[in-house]
Design a protein around this ligand. Structure first.
Ligand SMILES: NC(=O)c1ccc[n+]([C@@H]2O[C@H](COP(=O)([O-])OP(=O)(O)OC[C@H]3O[C@@H](n4cnc5c(N)ncnc54)[C@H](O)[C@@H]3O)[C@@H](O)[C@H]2O)c1
Length: 411
């Protein structure tokens, strides 16, 4: 397993639990040391499970020379808004140094269609000295949903597309060790595109309800009630919920990989651009909505208020703050002069862009009552919502978590 983060580690553990001898490789020596000491660092894998699975971890690719399958799960971020494949490239170069005839390489990192054959394949050939037909190569998108107790590696169907029939067959065999359903597609590009369709679909539909949330407020319509009503339609409708924006490693990032590739064809991917614009505007909408509520209610200016934010992670029940709209909201509140504090049972501390360090405060009646306003940003299951409703003076709930009425207002 090449890359031992949110994606690579759970897969390594699942394969090891299935009886495969697994070696985990990561360039981050501190991460390797933590894993070797039995510390997972990822919510979905507890330390005891990691130790019981019994994989080996290394920062030296030579330790993986005897492996017959290499699965690449390294980050694919954006740099200045453009795809940054440097980790995929360096991981491919590392695998090439130990690649032997007959070995299988699978790319799992989310990326634009064409990456496996246009970027990974030439690096594997150049670095290994092997001919293309001497090894097997496939793409399989990771669909892991961190923090999801229902759908995990074993019961979420896995899409696999190989460069040729033998590669697809080998990759299907690999994933059948851990997943009940493997879906083979005709090539690597179809598998790469399937992942981007899934995440672009989500991104666009979240933007749709976010835009509706803004005008439903003005029309005095409860959008959450509307969505619940529409959801009673047994076909042709799938509910998406509004919120403070989109975050994490995938939804805000992946569609940009696709729109970058589409731009090279000479078009712009207008759905994605519009969705990005709408979702990116949500944190500032949250701040302006709070400013209005403070103004209309207690008659306070945002610059003279204390605001307690509930949740910093980008989604419930995880600690991941990457691209988190909750952190964006905190930043904007601080810029407006509000005294910002936060509570997140999964995030002990965070640093805002201006360098302000914040530590998660205890969620007591006192901290709730002391804040002029409480903003619900990430509805973690662990948060005591009854306490929030009972003690807070003014609540802006951006997620539709709490019943409206009294001190509680929705987005
Ligand atoms: N996190 C998710 O929920 C999720 C879901 C589906 C797909 N993905 C995709 O999976 C890929 C990995 O995401 P992640 O969330 O696991 O990232 P992560 O940051 O949690 O982990 C990546 C790991 O790869 C290591 N790494 C970086 N460069 C390396 C290299 N050259 N060789 C070996 N290791 C290297 C890092 O040190 C890190 O430990 C991305 O493409 C992401 O878009 C993520």
């Amino acid at each position: 397993m090449i890359g031992l983060g949110y994606v690579g580690l759970p897969l390594a553990v699942a394969l090891a639990e299935g009886g495969a001898p697994v070696i985990g490789f990561d360039v981050d020596a501190a991460r390797v040391a933590a894993l070797a000491a039995g510390r997972s660092g990822i919510e979905d894998i507890d330390d005891a499970q990691l130790v019981a699975a019994g994989g080996r971890f290394t920062a030296d690719i030579r330790d993986a020379a005897d492996c017959t399958a290499y699965v690449i799960c390294v980050p694919t971020p954006l740099r200045d808004g453009l795809p940054d494949l440097s980790a995929v490239e360096s991981a491919s170069r590392a695998v090439a140094t130990v690649l032997a005839p007959g070995d299988l390489v699978v790319l799992e990192s989310t990326t634009y269609p064409g990456t496996t054959e246009e970027v990974v394949l030439p690096l594997l050939i150049a670095g290994s000295g092997l001919r293309s037909e001497e090894f097997l190569l496939a793409y399989s998108p990771e669909r892991i949903d961190p923090g999801n107790p229902t759908w995990g590696i074993t019961n979420t169907p896995k899409v696999v597309g190989g460069r040729d029939a033998a590669s697809t067959k080998a990759a299907v065999t690999l994933y059948e060790q851990v997943t009940s359903t493997v879906v083979a597609v005709s090539g690597t590009r179809e598998a790469e595109m399937a992942k981007l369709l899934e995440n672009t679909f989500r991104h666009i539909n979240i933007a749709l309800v976010n835009e509706m949330a803004v005008f439903c407020r003005q029309l005095d319509i409860d959008l959450w009630e509307v969505i619940a009503a529409a959801s009673t339609k047994p076909f042709g409708f799938m509910p998406f919920l509004p919120g403070p924006g989109v975050g994490g490693h995938c939804i805000p990032v992946d569609p940009s990989y696709l729109s970058w590739r589409v731009k090279k064809l000479g078009y712009s991917f207008r759905f994605v651009e519009l969705a990005q614009e709408i979702n990116a505007r949500m944190p500032s909408y949250v701040v302006s909505r709070l400013a209005d509520l403070l103004n209309e209610g207690p008659g306070l200016a945002l610059s003279r208020t204390s605001v307690l934010c509930l949740g910093a992670a980008y989604k419930p029940d995880v600690s991941d703050c990457r691209e988190s709209p909750a952190v964006d909201v905190m930043q904007r509140l601080a810029l407006k002069g509000a005294a910002v504090s936060f509570h997140d049972p999964h995030v002990p501390s965070l640093v805002l862009e201006d360098g302000t360090a914040l530590t998660s405060v205890e969620l007591s009646d006192e901290t709730l009552a002391a804040a002029d306003a409480v903003v619900v940003l990430t509805p973690h299951a662990q948060i005591d919502w009854e306490r929030v409703v009972g003690a807070a003076r003014l609540v802006l709930d951006t997620r539709g978590t709490l019943p409206v009425g009294g001190a509680v207002h929705r987005l």
